[in-house]
Design a protein around this ligand. Sequence first.
Ligand code: ZN
Length: 313
Amino acid sequence: MRYDDSPPSPESASSVSPDRRWFTRRSGLAVGAAVLAPTLLAGWVLVQLTTGAGADDARPPRIVMPAAAPSPTPSSSAAPAAPATPQAKGPLAGKTVVIDPGHNTGNFKHTSEIDKKVDIGTNRKECDTTGTTTNAGYMEAEFTLDVSRRLRTVLEAKGVKVVLTHEANRAWGPCIDERARIGNEAAADAVVSVHADGVSSGNRGYHIILPAKVKGGAADTAKIVGPSRDLGERIGSNFARTTGSAPANYLGSGTGLVVRDDLGGLNLSTRPKVFIECGNMRDAKDAALLTSPEWRQKAAQGIADGIVGFLGG
Ligand code: ZN
């Protein structure tokens, strides 16, 4: 289609890499420990803040006096606590969310690979697709990765362990069956596949795609239909609130919710999962939103708020 003559948009802002955030946080802790170490008295205990701090929170360790009669609990060890691992803090620590950035910017160069059929249980379907673009050439795959990274940052601040199915680390794919498998193998508490639609101009708004009840081969969605609807409704209402966007005017009867039985990424999932189509890249008004970094931040916040509500945070 038009991918070969469509240079990447300069607006494809990316967030700070996890490695860099981790380095910054570790550096803060190391400096704090170096300053404090000479003044530590025997019997003083370093205690890591374990609640109420986001993953990006770089507060130094808190120093407390031990009780007169030390408690026998393991946490009262006299040794300084080791730095917490990333994403170990926050109200949703222990939860895992898999975010699936739809498509891949390299798919259009690997059409023979992505056209190969894979088993989705109920059927066989192409490994992946190229996705759409705005009329100016901003690729859906750029959009989905950018929103996914922003979403990860918001969720990690709540203590969630976040896994992306891919992150500009492979030439094409993953295939739709692998995207589902990543969520399943992570035992994700929620999975969200991020997309934007590519339909004719005048069609506007967002919609959430929910898994239908299907059974066939490796596909059996009976257990995820209910929780996935809950997840999808929460994401939809929060997305509408943060972005100001309306439910799609071209499907879903104004609910912003659509049930589908033909998507391998949903059919093969054993974890609560939805797709979100954030808007229509082929509509000029929606495209103006989708290409705005500020709007994408609102989109990520809305999706995150829906997930957080679903997870009980
Ligand atoms: Zn898509």
